[in-house]
Design a binder for this molecule. Structure first.
Ligand code: HEM
Length: 459
């Protein structure tokens, strides 16, 4: 429609640089809540020399999700990933190549492939929990971190890493992880020890994967993992296959996208189910019923029938999306109109941001938004879909929506299906708090759980 007004978004009171940044890092959602209450759903925050304009809620954020790359791009704002992912992949390449690489991800995550990944997940999780005792106390958060790196190794990196190189490769990934700090977002090449260790680890990983890939090519044996999918990928525009360096980079990107996000979500899902006790019986009843129908064998199709568990995970992710800020760089002016009918024009060269952590709790979309209630997604109620597209944005949406969503659901549901059927659990530490200081926002401190093995959950 024609736009009548051309006002720019209101600007949040400028805060001293360091203080402002700190305030933001300590609790970005608190800052967003304050500015949202004062200024509404569109406002600009000055960060260092940059204008960051927030679009809160589906009415104003839809352009963010749907825009063409020429209008709104990721490359500038996600550059800090380049030294971690490595050269020649994702944010280090032009958009046309990046699109082909995203196609490689899509092809590595087809249902056919997911089915064999899920078989690996089930095997790994069953083995892992068979090592728990009859009863005991564990830090669930730590347990899930370990399990997810095991399954990720198996599904993504392949059996060479899982069986022979697991210790080496996971400690190198640890160095990559530790080399991605909040300061790295602004200064990815700052010569600090953490960055030096990151760069060394990245080089070592390249060596390891180059050897693995060459050996695979020589042996001619095809493996059912993501590494194989990347090895077999071909660029249409370049008329060539992926290089060993690119396969390594794509695998690192996949691990960074999927590892902490999944383990954090596993932890929150469990914390809520253990604490909000009224939601546990329907989850257990579903486990019984579905598993009985399928002779107690877990796989992709069986997990797909576990709707109650699915909604519990989805609800934990609504309250605690691990990626709390999504960013784009704006190349052309655009206008948005708020629910109240105010139109703002956001000028080019602004960074545009939206926040799953904040938008997922808007009270005009979600009833009692701060309360865990998986039934809000049940048939007939469906608060997220009723409110229209981009109302639930834990996985982003639109042009750059998460490509690993089904993988993530399968991973977390596998874990919880197995844990719930084998153990009775009790949360013995206080309900977890959010650790806002991490790049992938998760749980602060330990999540201590007392478990007791139970007779198999069948009638
Ligand atoms: C993109 C969340 C698991 C692969 C995204 C985005 C979000 C997200 C919010 C959009 C980023 C943006 O718009 O800037 C999550 C969450 C996960 C998860 C919450 C787990 C609970 C995974 C897994 C994989 C994966 C397991 C791969 C195995 C990707 C890829 C993209 C992406 C490749 C980029 C898509 C694009 O830019 O076109 N994810 N993710 N994610 N995710 Fe995930």
């Amino acid at each position: 429609g024609g736009r009548r007004s051309k006002s720019s978004p209101p600007v949040a009171a400028t805060i001293p640089i360091i203080g402002g940044l700190l305030k933001f890092v300590k609790g970005p959602i608190i800052m967003l809540a304050e500015e949202y209450a004062r200024l509404g759903s569109v406002f600009t925050v000055k960060v260092l020399t940059r204008n960051v304009t927030f679009l809160v809620g589906p009415e104003v954020s839809s352009h963010f999700f749907k825009a063409q790359e020429a209008d709104m791009s990721q490359k500038e704002v996600y550059q800090f990933n380049v030294p971690t992912f490595g050269p020649g992949v994702v944010f280090d390449v032009d958009y046309s190549i990046r699109m082909e690489q995203f196609r490689f991800f899509t092809e590595a995550l087809t249902v056919k492939r997911l089915k064999s990944y899920v078989d690996f997940m089930v095997e790994e999780a069953e083995l892992f929990f068979s090592k728990w005792g009859e009863s005991g106390e564990v830090d669930l958060k730590l347990e899930f971190e370990h399990l997810i790196i095991l399954t990720a190794s198996r599904c993504l990196l392949g059996q060479e890493v899982r069986n022979n190189l697991f210790e080496d490769v996971s400690s190198l990934f640890h160095e990559l992880d530790n080399g991605m700090l909040p300061i790295s977002v602004l200064f990815p090449y700052l010569p600090i020890p953490a960055h030096r260790r990151r760069d060394r680890a990245r080089k070592d990983l390249a060596k390891i994967f180059t050897t693995i890939i060459r050996n695979r090519k020589v042996s001619g044996k095809l493996q059912p993992d993501m590494l194989q999918a990347f090895i077999d990928s071909k660029y249409r525009s370049l008329g060539r296959s992926t290089t060993e360096e690119e396969c390594t980079g794509l695998l690192i990107a996949a691990l960074f996208a999927g590892q902490h996000t999944s383990s954090i979500t596993s932890t929150w899902t469990g914390a809520y189910l253990m604490s909000c006790k009224q939601y546990m019986p329907p989850v257990l009843a579903e486990q019984k019923a579905v598993m009985q129908r399928h002779g107690n064998k877990l796989n992709f199709d069986v997990l797909s029938e576990m709707d109650v568990l699915h909604r519990s995970m989805k609800e934990a992710l609504r309250l605690h999306p691990p990626l709390i800020l999504l960013l784009r760089y704006c190349h052309t002016d655009f206008s948005v109109t708020t629910r109240e009918g105010k139109t703002y024009t956001i000028p080019k060269d602004h960074i545009v941001a939206t926040s799953p952590a904040f938008a997922n709790r808007l009270p005009y979309i979600y009833k009692d938004p701060n309360t865990f209630n998986p039934d809000r997604f049940a048939p007939g109620r469906e608060e997220d879909t009723k409110a229209g597209p981009f109302s639930y944005i834990s996985f982003g949406g639109g042009r750059h929506g998460c490509l690993g969503e089904t993988f993530a659901y399968m991973q977390v549901k596998t874990i919880w299906s197995i844990v719930l059927r084998h153990f009775e659990l009790e949360l013995i530490s206080p309900f977890p708090e959010v650790d806002w200081n991490a790049m992938v926002v998760g749980v602060k401190g330990k999540v201590m759980v007392r478990y007791k093995r139970r007779p198999l959950l069948v009638d």
